[in-house]
Write a protein that binds this ligand. Sequence first.
Ligand SMILES: [Zn+2]
Length: 284
Amino acid sequence: MFSWSNAKGIPYLQSSGLAACGFLEHAFCARKGGVSEDDYQSLNMSFREGDEEFRVLQNWNKLAAAFGIPVENFLVLNQVHRDGILVIPSRGEYFTSREDLNYDAIVTDRVHLAICIKTADCVPVFLADPENQVIAAVHAGWRGTAAGITAKVVRLMQNQYGSRPVDLLAAIGPSIGRCCYEVDAPAADAFRLHPDAKNFLFPSKRKDRWMLDLVQANRGQLIDCGIPDASIDASGLCTVCREDDFFSHRGSGGVTGRQINFLMLKGDPICKALLLNDDLCHIH
Ligand SMILES: [Zn+2]
């Protein structure tokens, strides 16, 4: 179950399963509580969508202050709609260039590193392994979902960290719902041959269009990996239907901001993350 909370004026959603884990901090933020204006109103966390840089910077500082996490401890990927997974080791300084962050998922056992997924319709998927204290954050649009990125993350956690799917907790945040996600042939074709396509690909009222349920497709990947259905929590909120609360690429017609979703292992920082990327190089 998801429920709303508020941190110093910033509303956010939490999954009850993840919230019950004392070693985690997480939030699926909405679009409210920031200083951006017009199409980006108000908590736009992306420097890449045409918003004024000083406002996005202020939004990042507000988020960091609200959750008591230093702004340099947030890691934001480039999110390139592929299936690459970035693994951040538990200790040791690391440095990444912008190009080095061309990934759509992060897995880590490093404490005090808030791994982020920016969204405006795509699906943010969080995973936590309470036994091994490993977390993952996934950006799953239709291309990543078709490439099986969520299943690949679970397999990586199994292979590199010894995670057992039966122990994993998953939370699927707000995204475009099957109510609103009409796709054309290229997207539908990417799923049509999947053995469970009937569970998440449906005919649309319009000719040569289909309704795609990305949440269900990603839930299916988690279940196929062996994660119990009861351990998978989904918000049930559609970003298009709830454009008052969330940025929606489809709902806005294209010009809009990005909300941030983050997941972090609590604990003392071992060392400061040295990061440089399009979204945070303005800060560091
Ligand atoms: Zn909808």
